[in-house]
Design a protein around this ligand. Sequence first.
Ligand code: ZN
Ligand code: ZN
Length: 187
Amino acid sequence: MSRQCTRCGVSYPAEVIERAFKLRGLYASRPRRSLATVCRPCEQTARDEKNARDRWPKKARDTRRRHAVRLKVSVEELARRGWDLQRMAHDAEFQYGNGCNYCGHRYQDMRHGLGDITLDIQDPERSPDYRTNTKWCCQTCNRKKGRLTPQQFEADQQVYDLWKRRLLNPLTFADGGGTPSLFCAAS
Ligand SMILES: [Zn+2]
Ligand SMILES: [Zn+2]
């Protein structure tokens, strides 16, 4: 006798039913045990979708909680300073798609998933206001910023900005001399 999943409608033949449906009430007495009405692939899909929906809200929650501990303040205090979870989740997701705020590298290339994006408190001397004193950036930049003086980090930013600008104007220094290589290539 086959058994049909109430969600996807697939009918599973008798020989795979025990693998297709979870057994409910495992610790109940035998007559009270029953097979789930939804198949395991459907249950797994629902879990995956829930995790995908929750990943940015979770990232925001974890980030705020960790910063609260580090700053020795309550999460409510951070909330009062603009650390709104919905806004944070939105910003983090947006920045993830747009690369690190500091070095400009793409998160997709870093390959550690959501662990690659972190929230930096730009100036630790100032009040940790979310809107004016934080930036989403990559883990590498955040760690580096912790080791460098503000002046050194600022200088690094200039270096990266200049390097990024080469993409807009790639020919200027390409030939190592004063003549734009565009003309050299033509001669
Ligand atoms: Zn199903
Ligand atoms: Zn970075």
